[in-house]
Design a binder for this molecule. Structure first.
Ligand SMILES: Nc1ncnc2c1ncn2[C@@H]1O[C@H](COP(=O)(O)OP(=O)(O)O)[C@@H](O)[C@H]1O
Ligand SMILES: [Mg+2]
Length: 355
């Protein structure tokens, strides 16, 4: 009779995927203390959160995968749950020297204003006197350089890659600065992760209080890999008020939570339209959707940003609204967002320090 090896058992377990993330439970680090002796298999299945609705299903699938390995006589599976805190599921080798907070801006889908929020948040934070950088990690839909084009970023020097630097000392790094033609970039997640890690670690950011990262949208390969390979202090999810947009934003949010990324809150963009004539607020996509979703999942609603045609026109010209119309309601809501993000990060730092 053949005796199964640890490798065979792990291979079988690799066939079990977390239904929500689509990742296998071995890569997710859920299998602990595996021992295989004379056909007797024993291991601990460490679930990522006790609250996951799929736990029972994962348990069942893991058990039957191991039972299916030829030569297995008994399976002793202990089940535990541990919520991953901090720097993502896999240990990240080191925090980035000199960078105090990495804030990822994500979304369920493209076109909801992720880059707009990232750019204006970065500028609002630098207005407070903080040292801020912004990293365009949306390799596929890289648009940051266009957005803040007229913010006059100039790449400095050679040697260790210098980020571009704009007014208020805001630093920026983007694939858009490296890849200059219009060829679409079709990279798989690991390559994206590698490129972004490089932009994080090999760029001379200097001392930063906040580094804002414009993530690729969605719950696919690229944002998933990034959430695991870069040390994210906290994430913000941008959505628009429509139900379809909210649903997919929540999916993205839960994905980050599962990977141990702290969610700072939701930003609802294009929340309402201010009638230019009478100044009345029109909730053209429905009112309060962002607030309800935030409450449902127990995260703060950080801001409601108005829909303003001028905001789009300015972005198209490469001037963020907070610079072109500093007194506008949108600019004010970005400043209020910046204050709330900064406050949430301070609370986090205290909480982590106390751990
Ligand atoms: N609040 C807003 N009011 C008006 N236009 C907006 C607003 N937010 C974003 N836009 C416009 O919508 C488009 C998509 O925004 P963008 O930030 O590129 O989204 P994403 O990065 O999520 O793909 C851009 O043309 C942008 O100028
Ligand atoms: Mg974008």
């Amino acid at each position: 009779m053949t005796k199964p090896t640890e490798r065979e058992v792990l291979e079988a377990l690799r066939g079990v995927k977390d239904p929500e993330l689509g990742m296998d439970i071995v890569s997710m680090g859920m299998i602990r203390d595996l021992s295989v002796r004379d056909g007797e298999v024993s291991f601990t299945l460490e679930l990522t959160t006790p609250a996951c609705p799929f736990n029972a299903q994962i348990e069942k699938m893991a058990r039957s995968a191991v039972e299916g390995v030829p030569g297995v006589r008994s399976v002793n599976m202990r089940v535990t749950a541990r919520v991953r805190q901090g720097w993502g599921m896999r240990p990240v080798p080191s925090e980035i020297p000199g960078i105090k907070n990495v804030v990822a801006v994500g979304s369920g889908k493209g076109g909801v204003g992720k880059t707009t929020v990232a750019a204006n948040l970065a500028i609002a934070l630098s207005e407070t006197g903080a040292a801020v950088g912004i990293l365009d990690a949306d390799i596929y839909g890289s648009s940051l350089t266009r957005f803040i084009r007229s913010y006059r970023f100039e790449a400095r020097g050679k040697g260790k890659i210098s980020p571009a630097e704009g007014p208020l000392g805001l630093k920026m790094m983007s694939m858009g600065l490296v890849v200059t033609d219009d060829t679409p970039i079709i990279w798989r997640g690991p390559l994206v992760g590698g490129a972004v890690r490089q932009m994080l670690l090999e760029v001379d950011w200097g001392e930063l209080d906040y580094l804002i990262v414009d993530l690729p949208p969605g719950t696919g390969d690229a944002p998933l890999t990034l959430a695991q390979t870069i040390p994210i202090t906290g994430a913000i999810i941008v959505t628009t008020p429509q139900q379809a947009s909210l649903d997919i934003a929540i999916k993205a949010l839960r994905m980050f939570q599962k990977l141990g990324v702290e969610i700072l809150g939701i930003v609802e963009n294009m929340s309402y339209y201010i009638c230019p004539g009478c100044g009345r607020k029109e909730y053209i996509f429905g009112k309060g959707g962002g607030a309800r979703s935030a409450e449902d999942i127990g995260v703060p609603l950080l801001a409601e940003i108005p829909l303003m045609p001028i905001l789009r026109e300015n972005s198209d010209e490469g001037i963020p609204i907070i610079v072109s119309h500093p007194e506008s309601e949108a600019a004010e809501s970005f400043r209020s967002l910046a204050r709330r993000v900064a406050a949430a990060l301070s609370v986090l730092a205290v909480r982590r320090g106390a751990q």
